[in-house]
Design a protein around this ligand. Structure first.
Ligand SMILES: C[S@@+](CC[C@H](N)C(=O)[O-])C[C@H]1O[C@@H](n2cnc3c(N)ncnc32)[C@H](O)[C@@H]1O
Length: 288
């Protein structure tokens, strides 16, 4: 089985596949699918601790260069050591110091450690982006009331971050992924679909149309055409969006977490549009 994660970001589904434990996440990432990861895998009939023959992650944003550094043992250890070295410094002060650095002055692995620490502290898990001379952030994030109840004191805890980064890097390394730092449009044009066929699974999690994105373009028309091309190979295709996608004959499932009075708990509706019916083992009755 080939497992392809398009728009992989923090790769929640691939990490969930690598463990039977609660799926870890290295840092909060806007649009990350951690809370739904096992459900999504179940739809495709994939069990935790599955080892596909091929794992491919396609990501045009910063995860596309950060993940390869975390998968490699040497650079992962160097990054974690830098993060642990920052452990004595207060979260917000450290975060502001890091935000004032110039990305072009930093070399791997310090660049990756800085990006991870900034991302860990960034408001609402929004994507931190670095151009040559400055970091673009959303400001230092406040802790959520539930995190405070759980006893957290600060959003950025570098020692804690190092532990999570180390665990996620090790888990992803076990999957022996090919990590392609490119757009999904480039992936499709350069023959990404060639080896796909029946039994393979493509999980596609594009930025939600019309929402503030990640600074990379992915028009709805491209999402629909790439999903259609992938499904034409015989592979199972699962696309996440904030609404059902208009693909004839595909199946729609709402994932949204709802409170007792039926409101989305996160203020955001989440749908899966799937090229075939979800696997019989997954929850039935929800799909058209
Ligand atoms: C909704 S997030 C994916 C979250 C991911 N499933 C997770 O669990 O972390 C969308 C991702 O698509 C990436 N992205 C946006 N446009 C892209 C494009 N044209 N090609 C590849 N990746 C893109 C963004 O950088 C972002 O990481």
């Amino acid at each position: 089985m080939r497992w392809i994660e398009l728009c992989a970001g923090a790769a929640a589904c691939t990490l969930a596949m690598a463990t039977s434990d609660k799926p870890p996440q290295p840092v909060t990432w806007l649009g990350g699918k951690r809370r739904y990861a096992w459900q999504l895998l179940e739809f495709a009939g994939i069990r935790p601790q599955t080892r596909p023959e091929v794992v491919e992650l396609v990501e045009a944003g910063d995860w596309g260069w950060v993940w390869p550094l975390l998968v490699d043992r040497g650079t992962r250890e160097a990054i974690c050591e830098i993060l642990r070295g920052w452990a004595g410094r207060g979260g917000e002060l450290l975060w502001r110091d890091l935000a004032s650095t110039r990305p072009c002055d930093l070399e791997d692995p310090e660049l990756a450690a800085t990006w991870l620490a900034l991302q860990a502290g960034n408001a609402l898990g929004k994507a931190v982006r670095g151009d040559t001379t400055r970091w673009r952030t959303a400001g230092y994030g406040k802790l959520s009331p539930s995190a405070v109840r759980l006893g957290f004191r600060d959003r950025l805890l570098p020692g804690h971050l190092a532990t999570k980064v180390d665990r996620c890097g090790r888990l992803l390394a076990r999957m022996q992924p090919a990590i392609l730092h490119m757009t999904v449009q480039e992936w499709a044009e350069r023959g990404g679909l060639h080896d796909l066929g029946a039994g393979d699974v493509v999980f596609f999690d594009p930025p939600y149309a019309g929402r503030t994105g990640y600074g990379i373009g992915l028009p709805r028309a491209d999402v629909l055409s790439i999903a259609t091309l992938c499904a034409a190979t015989g592979a199972t295709v699962i696309v996440c969006e904030a609404e059902p996608l208009p693909l004839d004959g595909w199946h729609h499932i709402e994932l949204t977490d709802r409170s007792a009075d039926d409101r989305p708990t996160q203020g955001q509706r989440e749908f899966v549009t799937m090229s075939r019916r979800p696997s019989p083992a997954s929850q039935g009755g929800l799909f058209a």
